[in-house]
Write a protein that binds this ligand. Structure first.
Ligand code: NAD
Length: 480
């Protein structure tokens, strides 16, 4: 059985306690490898190596860092097939999706920040009347921690690592224990690209062990975390009294608001994607669908028909639209919401059952599910399910839908479908979210700020926001 290893000081090494965790293949429910169940000592070793590397990495020229990051991007692209297969096997997502989105985006993350760092400047002010000039230096923070979830494994892992490295920090990174494989493969790519040893260290293991050791280590000065809201709160509790910088990208329960005047066909096509891409396991999925009453019945019929046509299949099936959910506990949690919904009086329009695929009977497959609800305060409409389940309900006025959109604890993203400019301006102002798409979904420009409000997080990543997060500003005032 293959064993993946920690990547510390430029080398793949066994966990110091020689303890291991099983790694499951969600498409067939079988154990196919083992990953380190690392402990405090592994994190300490990684921090020591990162501290040493920081002395020279923090002083490398922007050109040098940019060159290495670009090389990592090139190598990821050259190894697209290998990485996509590994991602799909580890996570259960359709291979076609990993090839089209996950791995190309991981390469883009490195290439984007390789360029962005060359454009990252600082402010200066001539303080007239006082014969002084102020300017701001931006120093790397030092050793930083990056912790990422399982839903978009390499995509989100690199979204943090690339800006951290570009700004001259050294990194202790932990991928999700559920999907460690592509992070493991990334280590070798970084070595090949010429990243000096110790600059990036990847420690595998459980969140409550490795994750919390990273968060509480006194030499790790900043934490960039993406994951669940509850974990984010636990991290903040430890990191805040230590005055660590924190960027917390947390859960979502995003509204998808559909007005009768929208481009209907485009909306329907995109709503299928925003509801069920990656088995609905994207923090940005629009899991609460509100439809203007005059087109509600038509939408309901068309949407349910299209959802029933989505093919649930093994991730390697090129026609698979829905692959396997990530793990057994996760699919059980998602299915439990179908029961909750029924108890709450929701109308199950389609789906709601496990799917058995010939030859892969123990895989974690379920039908895409649409629930019609009467009241937006029900549990399935308020809690993050993070699977292929959406709710639909009608609305009559802008005020009513704004109120419903804002009625959850989360505020990550929202989609609005309308061709009315005045309405667009009103809703984009009044909806509580960090990201709003109008007449589209998941159209990403890496220069833009990314993150949520309310219980969806604190801080922003993306573009210069990420470069600012990973640097410490120091103002200098010179009187002349
Ligand atoms: P999770 O919070 O369980 O785990 C995320 C990471 O944190 C994993 O690496 C895990 O090992 C680690 N971790 C767990 N407990 C920890 C602790 N006590 N201290 C430090 N680290 C710890 O989340 P998940 O189940 O992997 O991912 C799903 C969640 O992530 C969903 O809520 C989803 O909305 C959210 N998410 C948010 C975004 C965003 O950009 N806002 C993007 C993707 C996923």
């Amino acid at each position: 059985m293959s064993k993946i290893k920690n990547y510390i000081n430029g080398q793949n090494i066994y966990p110091l306690n020689d303890k291991w965790l099983d790694n499951y293949n969600p498409s067939n429910g079988e154990v196919y490898g083992q990953i380190p169940n690392s402990c405090k000592k592994d994190v300490e070793l990684a921090v020591e190596s990162a501290k040493k590397a920081f002395e020279s990495w923090s002083k490398t020229s922007i050109d040098e860092r940019s060159k290495i990051l670009s090389k990592i991007a090139d190598l990821l692209e050259e190894n697209l097939e290998k990485f996509a297969k590994a991602e799909s096997k580890d996570n259960g997502k359709p291979l076609s999706l990993a090839k089209l989105i996950d791995i190309p985006r991981a390469a883009d993350n490195f290439r984007f920040f390789a360029h962005a760092i060359t454009q990252f400047g600082s402010e200066s002010y001539e303080t007239l009347g006082k014969e002084a000039i102020n300017y701001t230096l931006r120093h790397p923070i030092g050793v930083v921690g990056c912790i990422s979830p399982w839903n978009l494994p390499l995509y989100l892992f690199t979204w943090k690592i690339a800006p951290a490295l570009a700004t001259g920090n050294c990194v202790i990174a932990k991928p999700s224990e559920v999907t460690p494989m592509t992070a493991y493969l990334l280590g070798d790519i970084c070595t090949k690209a010429g990243l000096p040893k110790g600059v990036l260290n990847i420690v595998h293991g459980l969140g409550q062990h490795v994750g919390s050791e990273i968060v509480s280590h006194k030499e790790i000065k900043a934490i960039s975390f993406t994951g669940g809201t509850q974990t984010g709160a636990a991290i903040a509790k430890i990191a805040a009294p230590m005055f660590k910088k924190m960027s917390l990208e947390l859960g979502g329960k995003n509204p998808n608001i559909i007005f009768a005047d929208c481009d209907y066909d485009q909306m329907l096509k995109t709503t299928l994607l925003s509801s069920f891409s990656n088995q609905g396991q994207i923090c940005l999925c629009g899991s609460r669908i509100f439809v203007e009453k005059s087109i509600y019945n038509k939408f309901k019929t068309d949407f349910v028909k299209a959802v029933k046509n989505l093919k649930v299949a093994h991730p390697s099936d090129k026609d698979a639209k829905i692959g396997a959910l990530v793990s057994k506990p996760h699919i059980e949690k998602v299915l439990s919401y179908v029961k909750i919904a029924k108890k709450e009086g929701a109308n199950l329009l389609c789906g709601g059952e496990k799917v058995s695929i010939k030859g892969y009977e123990n895989g974690y497959y379920m039908q895409p599910t649409v629930l019609e609800i009467q009241n937006d305060s029900c549990k399935v409409n308020q809690e993050e399910i993070f699977g292929p389940i959406v709710t639909i309900m009608p609305f009559e006025t802008e005020e009513e839908v704004i109120q419903m959109a804002n009625s959850v604890r989360y505020g990550l993203s929202a989609s609005i479908w309308t061709n009315n400019l005045k309405r667009t301006m009103k809703l984009t102002r009044e909806i509580e979210a960090g990201i709003i798409w109008v007449n589209t979904w998941m159209l990403r420009d890496l220069r833009t700020p990314f993150g949520g409000v309310k219980d969806s997080g604190v801080g922003r990543e993306g573009g210069f926001e990420a470069l600012r997060f990973f640097t410490e500003p120091k103002n200098v005032c010179i009187k002349y």
